[in-house]
Design a binder for this molecule. Structure first.
Ligand SMILES: Cc1ncc(C[n+]2csc(CCOP(=O)(O)OP(=O)(O)O)c2C)c(N)n1
Ligand SMILES: [Mg+2]
Length: 249
């Protein structure tokens, strides 16, 4: 398989803004699918609503652009109906951990065999850059003009609270790590969740002084580190994989 086979070329260019981080994750996923040699007919891609959610329309596989917050529920239904399918969820932070948070809690608890890719740009991008449950403390957004005062949701904590789990945090700057995470998640039998630290230049970055997506990419490089001891839970500024096959205490 070639990565180009997974793209609906007739729908290009995408609606994503110049400098947006989502396209990088989209393309890296096509590389990982090609590497795994997954055939289009054995794949289903499900998205929710948001800029990230638009991905469902650009993958050249059977896909569902589900309602806001519901892609995990729809994906679980598809997987339970046909266990031979590889079902991938590609959506945003607001969609997956905000409005869709309850589905995340219970699908991960039940260890449903899904690959979930969360584009974490820290805001509700599509609707103009409102504060989300993932917004870092202090970030100025459309709805927190003096800076967000709430702690962001600890996604790693939610996923790894389940005895059997697979969680990765990676970023759109750290491409080898992103690629490794995508391949690892596709290989994992069970609920695999990738939090991809991303950014939104138009509805977040410009408000806080960034001039373009490249500057935001360099901020990811500066902010995130890869720890030497991958056994310890990842700190807020760390990238890596946390997994437990359920046999290890
Ligand atoms: C039930 C419902 N509530 C609210 C909306 C408005 N809405 C559309 S996209 C969105 C936020 C999406 O944020 P996120 O999932 O982080 O995606 P991003 O655009 O940042 O990639 C919201 C609140 C909606 N479409 N449906
Ligand atoms: Mg978002």
């Amino acid at each position: 398989m070639n990565y180009k086979d997974y793209i609906r070329w007739e729908r290009m260019p995408t609606t994503w803004c110049p400098g947006c981080a989502i396209g990088t994750i989209f393309k890296q996923l096509t590389f990982a699918l090609a590497d795994k040699g997954l055939r289009q007919e054995e794949l289903v891609l499900v998205s929710g609503i948001g800029c990230s959610g638009r991905a469902a329309g650009y993958f050249n596989v059977d896909s569902v652009h589900a309602t806001h917050g519901r892609p995990i529920a729809v994906a679980e239904g598809i997987k339970r109906a046909n266990d031979r399918l590889k079902v991938i969820v590609f959506s945003g932070d607001g969609d997956l951990v905000g409005i869709g948070g309850n589905h995340l809690l219970h699908a991960s608890r039940r260890d449903v065999d899904l690959t979930v890719i969360c584009v974490n740009n820290g805001i509700y991008g599509m609707t103009g850059g409102q504060m989300a449950p993932t917004t870092p403390v202090g970030l100025k957004t459309l709805t927190s003009p003096f800076g967000n005062s709430y702690q962001p949701l600890n996604i790693q904590g939610i996923i790894t609270a389940n005895k059997r789990h697979w969680f990765a945090r990676t970023s759109t700057y750290h491409l080898p790590g992103l690629q490794k995470a995508l391949r690892g998640a596709l290989d994992w039998k069970g609920f695999a969740f990738i939090e991809v630290m991303a950014f939104c230049i138009e509805n977040s970055g410009r408000r806080i002084g960034f001039r373009n997506g490249y500057e935001m990419l360099l901020k990811l490089k500066q902010d995130y580190k890869i720890p030497l001891n991958p056994e310890a839970p990842l700190k807020e500024n760390e990238l890596g994989v946390m997994k437990n096959d359920g046999q290890t205490s």
